[in-house]
Structure formats: structure tokens, C-alpha cells
Design a protein around this ligand. Structure first.
Ligand code: ADP
Length: 549
């Protein structure tokens, strides 16, 4: 028998039970109030977040009824209150209503859409760019689905982007103009140098009076200096404009060096300096652009000779391992004036020379090493300098080596042909047509080639075409820019139409000497190229090669 049964009917016990129930109920009410308070607090937080958010927040039905919009969104759309916005505002808001259709479709497909960009019309008709994020809220049954998310005004950002694109286009246009200007300047400066260098070279050889020979030599070396400066400035501008075309191929470093060193033997001799080449390993190959590599070596050798008064210059090429790789190491070592330690870094900077200002003793633009360093880096190499004042300098180049299977040496027959001097009888000389509108070039070419060929010169395209119809020439020397009328490439095209001239060598002889020009002319029907101003030896060698092979 339980106590309950025993106490049944006692009024005291009933009261206790009632009190217990009341306490329980009170507790429940307290809990409820607590939860309601918490809920209210959370609701306030969310309401405050919703109302005070700097970005627009919304909820719409998927068919476009606007259910909620915070103050930021109301303002973004140019209205003064939520109530003022039409119930179905999408047609008025979207500049292109198809964007809204795309947006809803995307939301159904992906459920969350981030960064959808479109254009909105504000209440006053002005257009803004917006970026939208949304989530699709699906409801079960017949109830409609919702889209809710944020809308941000990105008009300023888009404007800035457009300005940036416009500025970039403008810069590109200016760059293009700069490129054209460079091409014209290069052409205009090279053309008169043909006269200066060409005649000076002819005088040097033909004059008898030592004083006059000296004068001719001065004109020649001044002209060359002008041309070196012009070349440096052009190289520098092309580097600055990233306009250097690189054509890397496996090349034999030792052979390239041998050719470069050979071209400096005369000047070294003249300055009473020795110039030696030490090839420690002949089969050293690297992936290089031969033209750019030659420029690098030319600059370093030129400096080595220029800044050396006693002793001479040694060029050394070797192969060295480092880690798992091998490197071609080229050293250009002189016994010259040396470079003070304080200047060893700055001489690689633009326009810097070790002895600057009015105290500078050596001529030069101070661009050579800047260009050299950039060229070396473009070819994937590195340049180092060791120098002691009064003792000399060593410039070291390092390029990754590559292995090529066949170690076959290049045939030397073309070299022999190139150095072959004129051994032909004047009576039986080949006929060459020279097309050039510059009378000075015509005169120099005639004098330079007088022992190699007979030259018929014409000044324009029409005369050239008439001449080729009249006579079969063995070769044509073709200037490209001929002023008014047909240009050299157009004439070449016309000449090539005649079957008798389909195989005739046509040499582009031109002051267009920027990167890519040679390739352009060779693609357009010319078989050879020589830039103006040409030196006597190069023109003679080229024509000998063409006419007497
Ligand atoms: P520059 O046209 O003046 O020769 P570079 O850029 O080729 O210009 O060289 C910068 C400077 O570095 C030179 O003016 C010279 O002072 C110094 N320099 C370059 N090479 C040598 C060298 N082999 N020996 C001594 N000084 C050198």
C-alpha cells in the first residue's frame, strides 16, 4: 500500500499538489518569456543589421514581387521609402529585363549566384552598375519561391575600369606612334650616314697626302661613332618598349665568339693591343639568339679595347658544371684602366659611366652595358664583373649549356667565299640594277662595286620596271623607301612576275634596320638584305657571294 493511497482525501495533500502544479506552470511561463526576450533580441539584431547594412539587402518572389528592401537598397534605387517602390518593380529597375530572366534562371540552376553584374535604372532614370549575390529559397507545396541577397552599386569601379582600359589603349597608341617615329628617325639618320661613311672610306683608300688621309679617317670614325650612338639609342628604346624579337636557337658559342673576335683584330692591332681567343672546349652549345649574342660580345669587346691602353684583351670560353647543369662561361678580360669598386654596380644602370660629368675622359653614351645586361638576361644568362683599378676588368657571361648530338663543324666554304677578293676581269663584269632615289648612295655603290659589277642606276619604280624589261640583270640592289610612287617591295613583286626574273637575286639595300625589318623584306621577295650605311667590305663580300659563286 502506497502513501498516496494512505493520504487520499486529505485536504492538506491536495493543496501541496496544486502548489506544485502552479510552480511548474510559473516556470514554464518564465522560460517562455526568456525565449521570447531572446527571440526579440535576435530579431532586433537582424533588423538592425538589415536596416543599417551599407549594401542593399532584399527579398523578392521569383516572379519579381519585391517583399523586402533595406534602406540602403531603397536609396540605391533612388526612392525615399520602401512603400514608394512599385510592388513589381523589375521592369522599371532592370535596364535590360532579359538580365533579370537570366538571373532567375541561374539562381534555379545554381541555387547561389555570386557576382552577377547588370545595369539598373534609378527612379530618376539615371543608370548605375550593380553587382548582385542571391540565394534561392525554395518553399514546399504551392507556395512561391524566394530570392534573397545583396545588391552593391559598382558604378564607380566600372568607371575606373573603363578609364583604365582607355588609358591603356591611349598608351598603346602612343607606343605605336613612338615605334613609327623611331623607324622614321632610324631611316632618316642612317641615310645621310651612307654618304659620310661611304665617301670617307673611299677617300681613305684613294688619297695620297697623309694629312688628308688623317682627315678622311676622322670623318670616318666620327661617322661610326654617330652610328654606334644611334644603334645604342635604338636598341635601348626597343628594350624599353619590349619590342625585341628573340629568336633562340642552339648555337655553337665558340664559333660565334671566334667570328666576333676576328672582326676586332684590325682595331686591336691599330691600338697596339693583343687580342687572343682561348677556346678551352670547342663543342659548347647554348640556346641563344645569335644576333643578340653578337651584340653582347660586340659591346663588351668594344669597351675592353676602348678602355685599354697597354697590353690587350683575352676572350675565353669554357664549359663548367654547376649542380646538375652545365654552363657556357665566357670571359672577356682586359688589362685596361679598371673600374672603381664604387662604380661597379652603377655602370649597368641607364646612361651611367664610371667617370661622369665634365671629368669624363672616354666617349660613349653610357648605354652599352645597360643594353648588354638586359640582352644577357633576355637570353636567360647572367653577367658578372671583376675589376681592379689600374689592373683591368673581366666581364663574365654565363648561359645554360645545351647538348646537341652531332658535333659537326660548319663548312668553312662560305667563309672562304666571303673573304675572296676581286679576281674578275673588268671586261666581263656582271650587270647589276641599282634602284635608289638617293644620288649619294648610287655614287658610293658604284665606286664601291666598280671592280665587281657594272651598275645601271635608276631612281624610281617605273624606270626600274622599264630597265628590267629591256635587259637581263644578274642581280638587283633595291632600296625600299623610294619616296613617291612604288616602294621597293612593290617593285620587287612586279619584277618577280617576269619569269626571266623569278630566280634573280634581289638585295634589299635599305636604311630600315629595326628588329624584324630584315625578315619582312626576305619574306617579300628579296633574297638578301644589307642595311645602310653599309661598309665597303660587307657590300663587296655580299655582291661577290651573289655574283661569283
Ligand atoms: P659607354 O658608352 O660610356 O662605354 P657603357 O655602358 O658601355 O657606356 O659603359 C659604362 C661605363 O663603364 C663606361 O663609361 C666606363 O666608365 C665603364 N667601363 C665599361 N667597360 C669597361 C672596361 N672594360 N674597362 C674599364 N671601364 C669600363
Amino acid at each position: 500500500m502506497t502513501d498516496n493511497k494512505k493520504n487520499k482525501g486529505k485536504p492538506e495533500t491536495k493543496t501541496k499538489q496544486l502548489q506544485k502544479k502552479i510552480t511548474k506552470l510559473k516556470n514554464i511561463i518564465n522560460e517562455k518569456e526568456k525565449y521570447e526576450k531572446l527571440l526579440k533580441k535576435n530579431e532586433d539584431v537582424f533588423k538592425s543589421l538589415f536596416e543599417n547594412a551599407a549594401i542593399g539587402v532584399y527579398r523578392t518572389t521569383t516572379d519579381g514581387r519585391l517583399l523586402m528592401a533595406n534602406d540602403a537598397l531603397v536609396k540605391l534605387l533612388g526612392y525615399s521609402s520602401f512603400e514608394e517602390i512599385p510592388e513589381y518593380p523589375m521592369k522599371d529597375i532592370y535596364l535590360n529585363i532579359n538580365d533579370r530572366t537570366r538571373f532567375v534562371k541561374k539562381a534555379y540552376k545554381e541555387e547561389k549566384v555570386v557576382g552577377f553584374e547588370t545595369e539598373f535604372k534609378k527612379k530618376d532614370g539615371s543608370i548605375i552598375n550593380v553587382r548582385m549575390n542571391t540565394s534561392l529559397i525554395k518553399t514546399k507545396g504551392k507556395k512561391e519561391d524566394y530570392l534573397e541577397g545583396t545588391i552593391e552599386d559598382i558604378t564607380e569601379r566600372i568607371k575606373a575600369e573603363k578609364q583604365l582600359v582607355a588609358a591603356k589603349e591611349k598608351a598603346e597608341e602612343i607606343n605605336q606612334l613612338k615605334g613609327n617615329f623611331l623607324a622614321i628617325m632610324s631611316h632618316e639618320l642612317r641615310t645621310p650616314l651612307v654618304g659620310i661613311l661611304g665617301f670617307a672610306e673611299i677617300f681613305k683608300n684613294e688619297l695620297n697626302e697623309p694629312e688628308q688621309i688623317d682627315m678622311a679617317e676622322s670623318i670616318y670614325s666620327s661617322g661610326r661613332r654617330l652610328m654606334d650612338t644611334l644603334n645604342s639609342l635604338l636598341d635601348y628604346s626597343r628594350l624599353e618598349a619590349n619590342k625585341i624579337e628573340i629568336n633562340k636557337k642552339p648555337v655553337n658559342v665558340s664559333h660565334l665568339l671566334a667570328d666576333a673576335v676576328r672582326s676586332f683584330t684590325n682595331i686591336a692591332e691599330k691600338n697596339n693591343l693583343y687580342l687572343s681567343l682561348k677556346i678551352i672546349d670547342e663543342e659548347i652549345n647554348a640556346g641563344l639568339d645569335a644576333h643578340i649574342f653578337n651584340n653582347i660580345i660586340f659591346n663588351l669587346l668594344n669597351n675592353a679595347i676602348k678602355y685599354t691602353e697597354h697590353g690587350g684583351v683575352t676572350v675565353e670560353v669554357n664549359s663548367m658544371p654547376e649542380g646538375r647543369k652545365r654552363y657556357a662561361i665566357i670571359k672577356i678580360k682586359d688589362s685596361g684602366i679598371g673600374i672603381p669598386e664604387s662604380s661597379q654596380e652603377i655602370i649597368f644602370e641607364d646612361f651611367r659611366q664610371a667617370s661622369e660629368g665634365i671629368n669624363r675622359q672616354y666617349e660613349g653614351s653610357g648605354l652599352g652595358l645597360t643594353i648588354t645586361k638586359r640582352y644577357v638576361e633576355l637570353l636567360g644568362g647572367k653577367i658578372f664583373l671583376k675589376s681592379k683599378i689600374g689592373k683591368g676588368s673581366t666581364f663574365m657571361l654565363k648561359f645554360p649549356e645545351i647538348k646537341i648530338k652531332s658535333g659537326k663543324r660548319k663548312s668553312s666554304s662560305d667563309k672562304q667565299a666571303r673573304t675572296k677578293s676581286n679576281q674578275f676581269l673588268k671586261t666581263n663584269l656582271p650587270n647589276v640594277l641599282l634602284v635608289d632615289n638617293d644620288p649619294i648612295t648610287i655614287e658610293i655603290a658604284k665606286l664601291t662595286l666598280k671592280d665587281i659589277c657594272e651598275i645601271d642606276a635608276v631612281l624610281n619604280g617605273q624606270e626600274a620596271l622599264d630597265k628590267t624589261k629591256e635587259k637581263q640583270f644578274d642581280a638587283v640592289l633595291m632600296d625600299i623607301n623610294l619616296g613617291a610612287g612604288l616602294n621597293g617591295l612593290e617593285i620587287t613583286k612586279e619584277i618577280r612576275k617576269d619569269p626571266a626574273y623569278s630566280q634573280t637575286p634581289i638585295v634589299a639595300l635599305t636604311a630600315y634596320a629595326l628588329a624584324g625589318d630584315r625578315e619582312k623584306f626576305l619574306r617579300s621577295g628579296c633574297t638578301h638584305y644589307i642595311s645602310k650605311p653599309f661598309d665597303k667590305e660587307s657590300l663587296i663580300n655580299l655582291m661577290n657571294n651573289i655574283l661569283h659563286q
